[in-house]
Design a protein around this ligand. Structure first.
Ligand SMILES: Cc1cc2nc3c(=O)[nH]c(=O)nc-3n(C[C@H](O)[C@H](O)[C@H](O)COP(=O)(O)OP(=O)(O)OC[C@H]3O[C@@H](n4cnc5c(N)ncnc54)[C@H](O)[C@@H]3O)c2cc1C
Length: 396
C-alpha cells in the first residue's frame, strides 16, 4: 500500500469535480454541454440557486443562431421550441416613425424562459451533468484550482450566474460601467390579432435608446415589454414609469391585463469584456455579452457558454477561452459597440431602419447584426449613410 502524504492544502471534506458551472441558465447549460461534448468522461457539476423550472424576466425571443449553437452541442432544437409558432416577420419602428416590416431570413421563436431553460437543463443532465441546488456565496481561486463555499473544488469554474453575478463580484471583476447597463421589464398578455405572428419592436425618442416589444408566442399569448438604457449618472426609473412607458408605446394592449410583470438589468457588451479571472471563466450575462443594440443575450450566452465548457476540459482553458470568444464574436462586438454609439443619434437609426425598409438585403443584414454575429458590411453602411442627410433634415 502506498503511504504518500496528501498534497498541500488537501482537504477530504472538499468535493472535487473536473468543472464547476455556477448558473444553470442558457450559458451554464451550454457550458456543461460543451464540456461533456469535448470530454464525455468529465465530471461536471451545475450549481443553481433556483429550483427548476424557474422564470427569468426576458422577451423570450430565441434566435435561430442560438438554436444553431445548441444543435451543434447535440440538442434537438425542435424539442426546445415545441408549442411555440415560428416568427416569420419582423416590424421595426424607428424613433422617428420609419417602419420596416419584412419577412425574416431565418425564423426565430418565442419560448417562455420557464419552459425553454428547463428543457435545456434536461438535455444537460441527460448528457451527464450533475445539478445541485446551491446558492454560491464565496469563490477562492488559486493558481491551480477554484474552491466554492469551502466545500466544492475544481481546476476550472465557469461563472454563468447572470447579470447580478455573485462569482463576478467574488473574483473582484469590475462592476458594470455606468451607461452600459439597460433596464427592462416584461409581462404576458393575450395575443393581439393585429400583431399576428410577427415580432414588433417600437422605438421611441423619449429617453432614447429605448423601445417596447410585442412578441407573440403562438399559444394565444404574447410577451410584451419595455426597456431603456440607464444613462450615466441617472437614477434608474421606477417600475411604475416603465409600466406606463410600455402601455404608451403598445396601444395593441388595448386594456388587456398584463401579468407577471418583472424587471431585470441587462449588462450590455462594450466589446471589451474581461473573460477570465484566475481560473474562473465568465460566460453569458456574467461577462456582459449582451447585444447593445437589441438587448438580445441568449445566443451570446449559449455560444460563450459552449466555448467556455470546451475550453475548461482542454489543456489551457484561461488562454483558449478568450481566444475562442474573440474569434467567434470579437469583430461583431467591436461593430455593435461602434453602432451603439452611432444610434445614440436618433437620425442614424431612422436612416438605418429606412434602409432596411427599402431593401430586403439590408433588412437581413440589420437582423443578423441585432440577433447573431453579423458585422457592418460596406454595402449596408453605404445604404444607411446615403439616407442620413434626409433623416437629419426630417428631424431639423
Ligand atoms: C426584460 C428582458 C428581456 C430580454 N429579452 C431577450 C430576448 O427576447 N432574447 C434574448 O436573446 N435575450 C433577451 N434578454 C437577455 C437574456 O435574458 C439574457 O441575456 C440571458 O438570460 C443570459 O443567460 P445567462 O445564462 O447568462 O443568465 P441567466 O439566464 O440569468 O441565468 C443565470 C442563472 O444563475 C443562477 N444564479 C444566479 N446567482 C447564483 C448564485 N449565486 N449561485 C447559484 N446560482 C445562481 C440563476 O438562478 C439563473 O438560473 C432579455 C433580458 C431582459 C432583462
Amino acid at each position: 500500500m502506498l503511504d504518500a502524504a496528501p498534497p498541500d492544502g488537501y482537504d477530504a471534506r472538499v468535493q472535487r469535480w473536473d468543472v464547476i458551472v455556477v448558473g444553470a441558465g442558457p450559458a451554464g447549460c451550454a457550458a456543461a454541454l460543451g464540456a461533456l461534448r469535448t470530454d464525455p468522461a468529465a465530471r461536471v457539476l451545475l450549481l443553481d440557486a433556483a429550483d427548476f423550472p424557474r422564470d427569468k424576466p426576458c422577451g423570450d425571443g430565441v434566435a435561430a443562431q442560438a438554436l444553431d449553437v445548441l444543435a451543434g452541442l447535440g440538442v434537438d432544437p425542435g424539442g426546445l421550441v415545441r408549442g411555440s409558432a415560428p416568427i416569420v416577420r419582423m416590424r421595426l419602428e424607428s424613433p422617428g416613425g420609419v417602419i420596416a416590416d419584412r419577412p425574416v431570413a431565418r425564423s426565430c421563436w418565442v419560448v417562455p424562459r420557464e419552459v425553454f431553460d428547463a428543457r435545456l437543463l434536461n438535455t444537460a443532465l441527460s448528457a451527464g451533468a450533475v445539478l445541485r441546488r446551491h446558492r454560491v456565496r464565496t469563490v477562492r481561486s488559486t493558481q491551480d484550482s477554484v474552491t466554492v463555499d469551502d466545500e466544492l473544488c475544481a481546476p476550472v469554474l465557469i461563472a454563468a450566474d447572470g447579470a447580478e453575478s455573485t462569482v463576478r463580484r467574488a473574483v473582484g471583476a469590475r462592476p458594470w460601467r455606468e451607461g452600459t447597463v439597460a433596464l427592462a421589464l416584461r409581462g404576458y398578455a393575450a395575443a393581439a390579432g393585429s400583431v399576428g405572428q410577427q415580432q414588433v419592436l417600437r422605438m421611441t425618442t423619449e429617453r432614447w435608446p429605448a423601445y417596447a416589444w410585442l412578441f407573440p408566442i403562438g399559444d394565444g399569448r404574447m410577451n410584451v415589454g419595455y426597456g431603456e438604457l440607464v444613462r450615466a449618472g441617472a437614477e434608474p426609473r421606477a417600475r411604475r414609469q416603465l409600466v406606463d412607458a410600455l402601455h404608451r408605446l403598445a396601444p395593441e394592449l388595448d386594456g388587456r391585463p398584463v401579468d407577471r410583470l418583472r424587471g431585470h438589468r441587462l449588462p450590455l457588451s462594450t466589446g471589451r469584456s474581461r473573460l477570465t479571472h484566475g481560473r474562473v471563466l465568465l460566460a453569458g450575462d456574467a461577462a456582459a455579452l449582451i447585444n447593445p443594440l437589441t438587448g438580445e443575450g441568449i445566443y451570446y450566452a449559449v455560444l460563450s457558454g459552449s466555448l467556455a465548457g470546451a475550453a475548461a476540459v482542454g489543456p489551457d482553458p484561461c488562454d483558449a477561452y478568450p481566444a475562442a470568444v474573440k474569434d467567434a464574436l470579437g469583430r461583431h462586438f467591436a461593430h455593435t459597440d461602434l453602432l451603439a454609439r452611432a444610434v445614440r443619434w436618433p437620425a442614424f437609426i431612422d436612416a438605418g431602419i429606412r434602409a432596411g425598409r427599402d431593401a430586403q438585403r439590408t433588412f437581413d443584414a440589420i437582423c443578423e447584426i441585432g440577433l447573431g454575429s453579423g458585422r457592418l458590411d460596406p454595402l449596408t453602411l453605404g445604404h444607411v449613410l446615403a439616407g442620413l442627410p434626409a433623416a437629419v433634415r426630417k428631424r431639423a
